[in-house]
Design a protein around this ligand. Structure first.
Ligand SMILES: [Zn+2]
Length: 324
């Protein structure tokens, strides 16, 4: 744990940080992770007493890091990977609008059904690549769910700090990455130029990749060296992943508005039971209908509808959408 995050742990990066330690900043600094925050406890279930080793070394530094997670400072909340538990960190310290952003962001991670085996999981990339230079499927889904969640943090895309989607003046940049083995010895270096389509896409990418790692090493053996380290690493080394990131200029999704009725409809479609689907269609409200009528932001929903619904059931849905 003290050397970094395992490859598997990075999967739900935004959503894994519990509460900061009392010696959070000093501990992160002693672990050569200045600017990050140490959180406890990654081992104990949150319902029980969390614990960590607060003993210090001869220099007065806390360095015993079993169960400690190092991550981004100022995390607002996190959603469990099964989508059942939404946790908010230090809510008293946040404004109402900042809290609303946390809720929208974290609920979107569940609503977009990107997790392994869920209705709208992206099947790009291998499940278990044997090469460290090939992006696995969870990296595709991980980037896409963050992209959607950040995109939807606020409804007014001109006022948050990610930039405006209508702004096509972007600043592309060169990303450098080095893969090192577990001992830290560089194995391969590479670089790639970004190709953003709009300012909001660029803003979200730059938020997720805002700190260049020492030596540009984002993956060392099987460990990631910082939050969202998979992004610069695979952006440089895997051209298929890079193409997906460059082309994701809008949040193609199935349920960007976090609607429980659209979730129910998706679940009903997965059963292929026409009566259940029609009942779920009947529950849609006008906001659901407005959203599903926008074909540019609902691709995952319509892909599922086309593959799992009969034409008669699709027609029933279309008739509902036509009524507005
Ligand atoms: Zn997130």
């Amino acid at each position: 744990m003290s050397s970094g995050l395992t490859v598997a742990k990075q999967r739900s990066m935004c959503s894994r940080q519990p509460t900061p330690n009392h010696d959070s900043a000093a501990r992160a600094s002693a672990a050569s992770k200045s600017g990050q925050t140490a959180y406890f406890d990654t081992v104990t279930d949150y319902r029980y007493m969390a614990d960590y080793d607060d003993r210090v070394n001869a220099s007065g530094q806390p360095t015993r890091n079993e169960g400690i997670y190092f991550g981004r400072t100022g995390v607002g909340g996190f959603m469990s990977t099964d989508g059942n538990d939404l946790n908010v960190v230090n809510p008293k310290t946040r404004s109402d609008s900042a809290l609303a952003e946390v809720f929208i962001h974290e609920v979107q991670h569940d609503a977009d059904q990107h997790q392994s085996g869920k209705n709208w999981e992206d099947q790009s990339g291998p499940g278990r690549p044997t090469s460290p230079y090939v992006a696995p499927r969870w990296v595709y889904n991980g980037y896409q769910t963050e992209f959607r969640a950040y995109w939807m943090n606020t409804e007014d895309t001109q006022r948050d700090n990610f930039g405006f989607s209508g702004n096509t003046r972007v600043n592309n940049r060169t990303i450098n990455a080095v893969y090192a083995n577990a001992a830290g010895a560089p194995q391969r270096a590479g670089s790639a130029n970004t190709n953003f389509r709009n300012g909001r896409q660029q803003g979200i990418f730059s938020h997720m990749f805002r700190t260049e790692a020492p030596g540009n090493i984002y993956r060392q053996g099987n460990s990631w060296t910082q939050s969202y380290a998979y992004l610069p690493h695979h952006y440089v080394f895997d051209e298929n992943f890079r193409a997906m990131v460059d082309n994701m200029a809008l949040p193609a999704a199935g349920n960007l508005i976090n609607s429980v009725r659209i979730q129910d409809l998706s679940d009903a479609m997965a059963t292929r039971n026409a009566n259940r689907v029609r009942a779920a269609v009947d529950e849609l409200d006008s906001m659901d209908v407005n959203y599903l009528n926008d074909r540019s932001l609902t691709q995952d929903f319509w892909d599922q509808a086309r593959s799992q619904m009969t034409q008669a059931t699709v027609d029933y849905l279309l008739a509902r959408l036509a009524r507005g």
